[in-house]
Design a protein around this ligand. Structure first.
Ligand code: ADP
Length: 479
């Protein structure tokens, strides 16, 4: 392929650069050289002409037949003129003396009459030529003048045209070859960059390329991270869908099984019918709880992806929530469950307020308290506390004296559908989504979760909210 095939070609740029630099160098060299040559040539010609004039004058002083001597003198390109004391031209080797005008006024002649020697320089009619004149006063009162044309700067420049054309052709050829070689050499380190590992060959690359290579590497890492996040999200979504299907199917199978037995008249015993309908009722309750948890989680997911206006449309608007009052309410609703599990609920609520979505905060506290009861032991205790910590941050804490969570399980229990003991969770009406809701509800309110747990000793979960910035109207109400 031609190196000049594409519109923007590196070879073409390098060629242009090399050629222009060479052309500027040659042009400068030619012009400066010509000027120097011109000035040197001028002074050499002038001094030669001076000597010639003096020699001719000496010869004329020594002879009686001036004209014959002058006719014999043969100096290349030199004009010889003999002028009488009153300025008339007696002899000229290029024109007829009789037809020439009086030369008394010519500066070099006037100077020679006055001081013995005169010099002058005049542009001739011939374009680009300068005539140099030297005149010497002879012993007999006449003046001899020698003149020579000196090539002008244009003539010198013109004489360079031939060689210059040859040099230009050589420069074009050299520039072309240099451009091909240079552009290949420039491109080579670029082509050697391994875009999958841009920093591997960092030492072989141009130093100017390093920031670009670092940028490619960081973008590559970012892309990798995003691909991983997307893959994780996709995997989690698929796992979540599979889990939901499974979780929904189990109670539905139980319900439809018992319902089929009863409707087919296969259960005659009144006590069995009561037992089966109670089971159907329990499974339906599980289904409702599961669907409610899934809805809450999907609302939280949507809120996390939307702006604050859209999320308050999905989850409800934020307002001041009194944490002690909220814990009281949760305790009341769980009293029956706690009683059945023989667990005592204690409340240690210090005043604390949070601006948040009441339904979500309630769900957060309810799920923590419900877990604390369900994963407790008979005669165990659950303590619900609230307050403001040393840094002015409101918190809710749920502590139990239950079975505890092994250290390696503690990070996983916040994942959707993760249960340490599946049968225990199901037996106690768990959906496996409670702590996932707690985690998202906390994140939505900018809160952090701290979990302290020891197997067979109990668990304490503290949710700490950021320091609250109260709107003026609320501050007023609180006073
Ligand atoms: P579940 O509906 O199964 O309770 P959660 O998301 O609320 O689902 O909790 C996930 C798992 O974490 C539970 O199955 C349980 O094994 C464990 N867990 C949660 N809270 C406690 C606790 N207070 N004590 C011991 N284990 C707990």
């Amino acid at each position: 392929m031609s190196p000049f095939g594409s519109k923007r070609s590196l070879s073409r740029r390098v060629f242009a650069t090399v050629f222009v630099v060479a052309a500027i160098a040659i042009a400068t060299f030619t012009i400066v050289g010509s000027l120097l040559l011109n000035s040197n040539l001028g002074s050499v010609t002038r001094s030669e002409l001076y000597d010639e004039a003096e020699i001719v004058a000496s010869a004329l002083n020594a002879t009686t037949n001036d004209i014959a001597l002058l006719e014999d003198v043969d100096i290349d390109n030199t004009r010889l003129t003999l002028i009488s004391a009153d300025g008339d031209v007696i002899y000229d080797n290029q024109e007829l003396a009789g037809q020439m005008e009086n030369h008394l006024a010519r500066p070099e002649v006037a100077q020679a009459f006055a001081s013995g020697h005169g010099s002058a320089e005049r542009s001739s009619d011939t374009i680009g030529e300068t005539m140099l004149y030297e005149a010497v006063l002879l012993d007999n009162g006449q003046v001899v003048r020698v003149a020579q044309a000196q090539a002008s700067i244009f003539t010198i420049l013109l004489s360079f045209v031939g060689p210059l054309l040859v040099i230009a052709a050589i420069v074009i050829a050299v520039s072309f070859v240099a451009a091909r070689r240079e552009s290949r050499a420039i491109i080579e380190p670029l082509l050697e960059v391994d875009l999958d590992h841009p920093l591997h060959n960092k030492d072989a690359a141009y130093s100017e390329m390093v920031p670009m290579l670092e940028r490619i590497e960081s973008q590559r890492q970012e892309l990798k991270r995003q691909v991983k996040v997307l893959a994780d999200n996709d995997r989690m979504r698929r796992e979540f869908t599979a889990n939901i299907t499974h979780e929904l199917k189990t109670p539905l199978t139980t319900i439809s099984g018992y319902a089929e037995l009863i409707s087919g008249g296969m259960v005659a015993d009144e006590a069995d019918i009561k037992d089966f309908t109670a089971r159907i009722h329990r499974e339906a309750g599980r289904l409702t709880a599961l669907v409610n948890d899934i809805l809450t989680l999907s609302n939280l997911d949507e809120a996390e992806r939307s702006d604050s206006e859209a999320s308050s449309r999905v989850l409800g608007s934020s307002e001041p929530v009194d944490l002690p009052r909220m814990l009281d309410n949760v305790a009341q609703r769980l009293e029956h469950v706690a009683h059945k599990a023989e667990v005592a609920i204690e409340i240690d609520a210090k005043p604390a307020m949070v601006i948040g979505v009441p339904r979500l905060l309630d769900e957060l506290a309810y799920n923590l308290a419900s877990n604390a009861i369900r994963y407790n032991r008979p005669h165990g205790t659950v303590t619900l506390s609230s307050g403001v910590d040393g840094q002015g941050r409101p918190f809710v804490r749920v502590a139990d004296t239950g079975i505890g969570i092994a250290a390696e399980e503690q990070a996983k229990i916040f994942e959707r559908f993760y249960r340490v003991d599946k049968s225990r969770s199901k037996a106690r009406g768990g959906t496996g989504l409670g702590l996932a809701i707690v985690k998202h509800a906390a994140t939505y309110h900018g809160a952090t979760i701290d979990l302290q747990s020891e197997l067979d000793q109990g668990t304490t979960v503290t949710v700490t909210f950021p320091v609250q910035a109260w709107p003026m109207s609320d501050r007023f109400q609180m006073m």
